[in-house]
Design a protein around this ligand. Structure first.
Ligand code: ASP
Length: 350
């Protein structure tokens, strides 16, 4: 389906989510419906000087049902027509949007065009919906170019509630506010008010001499677990000795600390020396892991845990899944997990 026919070209990919949901009359719950029915709710799109083609996932899904296979399908859809469009907008449920945005940021290497994920808290057909503004501005950002013809924002981003955030820095922090996404450890890339203001200094610039490389593999032999007072040895040992487990995102206290339980350090050391990659990410939304600050953090470093610095959990787990699918050597994965590959981490929070 094509919405209008002008100079800039944007591909709008509809995966599902609240934005395109309607109420099931018998259960009263929200469920996804066909995009063609709701595009009619946004006549404003026809007034933009942008040619918009639409690709719909069939069937559209609640993003809780998102899978790594669907991330690969998204990469494949975009890679196939990459040269034909100025940018891409992905309509996505908010629940797992931060995971998809993070995964895509690692699956596209040397990205030169915008990939903007957006959705809404209220369905597009409902009064007071936030969906219209989110879609319209996302399309504008996806089409926006500098005078030299390069994209203004050649990154995977989340646009929501007047803010453009780097995708692998975004987290869904509210289930009921329109302001559903935040980037705690990195400033926004743009803000929409009367004017759309881009914060150039925060936007990554690709190397135009390198080709865009799509990566179409994911290894989901990973787990996320949180440290908490009362954590049990038998359960943690059971998790860490799961056959085929290759990577762990460990959510620790504060600046990367854990209880000083001899069995915990021993179980972690056994797992890392058997080739598992264990990444330390804080349970705090803001700030950075620093394992050398306290003895309670240093013991994890001694056990072979690597720092996730100030990555979000969503980012750490998807980065781990992508790297494990590309490299079989655990030390290489460990090294890359601590390095900034797509603007996803810094050793200090700005
Ligand atoms: N459960 C919905 C989804 O993630 C929520 C939303 O879209 O806001 O698809």
């Amino acid at each position: 389906m094509t919405i209008n026919d002008n100079n800039s070209r944007v591909l709008l990919i509809y995966t599902g989510g609240t934005i395109g949901m309607c109420r099931n009359s018998s259960t009263g719950t929200l469920q996804p419906f066909d995009f063609s029915q709701f595009s009619a709710c946004i006549p404003e799109l026809e007034h933009l000087n942008i040619k918009i083609d639409v690709h719909t996932f069939d069937p559209p899904i609640d993003s809780c049902d998102m899978t790594p296979q669907m991330w690969i399908s998204l990469v494949s859809v975009i890679a196939k027509v990459y040269d034909d469009y100025d940018g891409f907008v992905i309509l996505h449920g908010t629940d797992t949007m931060a995971y998809t945005a993070s995964a895509l940021s690692f699956m596209f290497e040397n990205l030169t065009k915008p990939i903007i994920l957006t959705g809404s808290q209220l369905p597009i057909g409902q009064s007071r919906t936030d969906g219209k503004e989110n879609i319209i501005t996302s399309v504008e950002i996806a089409a926006a170019k500098r005078p030299d013809g390069q994209a203004i924002v050649p990154e995977v981003c989340v646009y929501f509630n007047w803010k453009l955030l780097r995708g692998n820095r975004a987290v869904k922090h509210s289930s009921d506010e329109f302001n559903a996404f935040k980037s705690f450890n990195f400033p926004s890339l743009a803000n929409a008010g009367v004017e759309l203001v881009y914060h150039e200094a925060n936007i990554r610039r690709p190397d135009p001499t390198k080709p865009m490389i799509p990566h179409m593999s994911i290894d989901n032999n990973v787990v996320i677990f949180s440290i908490f007072p009362g954590i049990r040895e038998d359960i943690i040992r059971h998790v860490l000795t799961t056959p085929d487990l290759k990577g762990v995102v460990m959510r620790t206290f504060g600046s990367g600390n854990a209880p000083q339980l001899p069995w915990l350090k021993e179980a972690i050391a056994e797992a890392t020396s058997s080739g598992k990659v264990i990444v330390n990410v804080s349970q705090c939304m803001q700030g950075c892991v620093e394992m050398s600050r306290y003895t309670t953090g240093y013991q994890l470093k001694e056990a072979g845990v690597v720092s996730g610095h100030n990555m979000t959990v969503e980012c750490a787990v998807t980065k781990l899944m992508c790297l494990l699918s590309q490299y079989s050597d655990a030390d290489t994965v460990r090294k890359l997990m601590t390095q900034d590959l797509r603007g996803e981490l810094s050793e200090q929070t700005l």
